[in-house]
Design a binder for this molecule. Structure first.
Ligand SMILES: Cc1cc2nc3c(=O)[nH]c(=O)nc-3n(C[C@H](O)[C@H](O)[C@H](O)COP(=O)(O)OP(=O)(O)OC[C@H]3O[C@@H](n4cnc5c(N)ncnc54)[C@H](O)[C@@H]3O)c2cc1C
Length: 447
């Protein structure tokens, strides 16, 4: 099996496949694994650049932590910080009062009972309307007040726009609203991985036979006999297992017997021949590499993403340890405004800040951030890293209503190709793991 992308979805697929006795070669274009679930170390402390918050709905993450012997810890408290008033304000509890949650759960039971299952296809058509409209029609605007600021600060866009209700309600589902009773005083029970999410994926990768980073995929050809992936090794290559086995998995690739981290010995092109292909990157991003069918081209042309960024920085005079949501409008966010900032460790001046990119260059974005932090009394001292994400690959409402997710599902296995990742699964760690495992179990259980 050839897996393109070593983020949560790709590593989960490979882990699951190898557990079932298959062999996987994972190809990652970046210099390191973990993608949107990577971490960075500063001053001896680990900061998550992407995924950080896990809810009580995260049973797959919890199972992985158990399997790998890793620890979890509670996340820092979450606050809402009013950028205009410069004050911490209470979060809006309306959804948890006056029977709103019960009303929502009853609509959910009637109209989209499968929302909690892996993937989106099962609920997409019925939730194709714009989120704000859907909430108004169902008398559930309180849900927007209570969960909207968190949703928008997580980079999923705004409830005032045309984004389908599907995505907001999947987010709410994974936050745990359908498990009503387990919310504590209006808050879900939240945890994260001690030592960072990156550690979790490093541990998974260590168990795999063949994970390569810094690889450039030049082309992918699929035929009745198998899949041929032409790659150029980059600066690094990390592989587990024994060298001999790797030679086979890599199609006799020169240098594959190295069996350790480090530069590839032969940086020439090589061919990987596999039975099947697993794409974890949304179709629009791999289209140039793929011998794509007309259907795949059409699907790719309909994928949209959101420009969302993480800025890792040093700052002073900000409130202590906590996750601070800065509620904002779509117009403000479009100007690159900071929508959340996080201080993970008491006594440290390192913050992870989250912004909609608004198409700004890194320097302009940093200036907007400087102004935003100043508005809540802080001083931006040093920018350590700006990480742009092609965030939340998704489809528009018309496509959802026309059954686009059914088309994606119908393509699974066709042309020896499977798609996992945030497009079919939704941009959350648990959704990605659950969907990736589901695909493996649906298609690859040995007979
Ligand atoms: C800022 C931010 C905050 C988040 N917070 C949370 C959170 O608190 N809780 C939560 O549950 N989720 C959170 N998420 C979402 C979660 O991190 C993602 O949904 C999940 O990690 C996505 O995994 P993936 O494997 O689908 O995609 P990715 O992690 O994007 O993996 C895809 C991989 O493919 C690689 N790639 C791309 N093109 C190629 C190519 N041509 N060849 C080879 N490799 C390629 C990429 O480099 C990448 O490593 C957050 C994400 C971000 C960005």
């Amino acid at each position: 099996m050839c897996v393109v992308g070593a983020g949560a979805a790709g590593l989960t697929v490979a882990h699951e496949l190898e557990r079932l006795g298959h062999r996987a070669v994972v190809l990652e274009s970046a210099g390191d694994i973990a993608g949107k679930a990577a971490s960075a170390e500063v001053d001896g402390h680990v900061y998550d650049l992407g995924a950080h918050i896990c809810t009580m709905r995260y049973v797959e993450v919890a199972a992985l932590l158990d399997e790998l012997g890793l620890e979890s810890e509670p996340i820092t408290p979450i606050h809402v910080h009013d950028l205009h008033g410069g004050r911490i304000v209470p979060s809006d509890p309306a959804f948890f009062q006056r029977g709103s949650m019960e009303r929502y759960l009853s609509v959910r039971r009637e109209e989209f009972p499968d929302l909690g299952r892996p993937g989106l296809a099962h609920s997409a058509a019925v939730l194709a309307r714009p989120a704000g409209e859907w909430l108004r029609e169902h008398g559930l605007t309180s849900m927007a007040g209570t969960l909207g600021p968190g949703y928008s600060s997580c980079g999923y866009g705004f409830l005032t726009g045309d984004l389908p209700a599907l995505y907001f309600l999947k987010y709410a589902e994974m936050a745990g609203v359908s498990e009503g009773g387990r919310w504590v005083r209006g808050h879900p029970v939240l945890f994260t991985v001690k030592g960072g999410l990156g550690l979790l994926w490093r541990r998974v990768a260590e168990r795999l036979t063949d994970v390569r980073t810094g690889v450039r995929v030049d082309s992918i050809e699929r035929g009745p006999e198998g899949v041929t992936v032409r790659v150029r090794p980059g600066e690094t290559r990390r592989e587990g297992g024994s060298g001999e086995e790797q030679d086979t998995a890599a199609g006799g690739a020169p240098g594959a017997a190295e069996g350790a981290s480090g530069p590839a010995r032969d940086a020439g092109p090589e061919e990987i021949v596999a039975d099947d292909l697993v794409l974890t990157v949304a179709l629009d991003r791999v289209l140039p590499l793929l011998d794509a069918t007309e259907d795949e081209r059409d699907l790719a042309s309909r994928v949209r993403t959101i420009d969302y960024r993480t800025v890792l920085c040093r700052a002073s005079d900000l409130p202590p340890e906590g996750f601070y949501i800065l509620p904002s409008t779509a117009e403000e966010a479009a100007g690159g405004r900071c929508v959340a900032y996080h201080s993970r460790y008491a006594g440290q001046d390192v913050y992870t800040c989250y912004c909609y990119g608004g198409g700004l260059g890194p320097a302009a974005l940093v200036e907007v951030l400087r102004g935003d932090l100043a508005q809540v009394g802080g001083v931006l001292r040093e920018v350590l890293r700006v990480e742009p994400w092609a965030y939340m690959p998704h489809f528009g409402g018309e496509d959802l209503a026309a059954g686009i997710y059914d088309r994606v599902e119908a393509l699974q296995g066709r042309n020896r190709t499977y798609q996992v990742g945030s497009l079919p699964a939704f941009e959350l760690l648990e959704s990605n793991i659950a969907y990736a495992r589901d695909i493996v179990h649906r298609f690859f259980i040995p007979s």
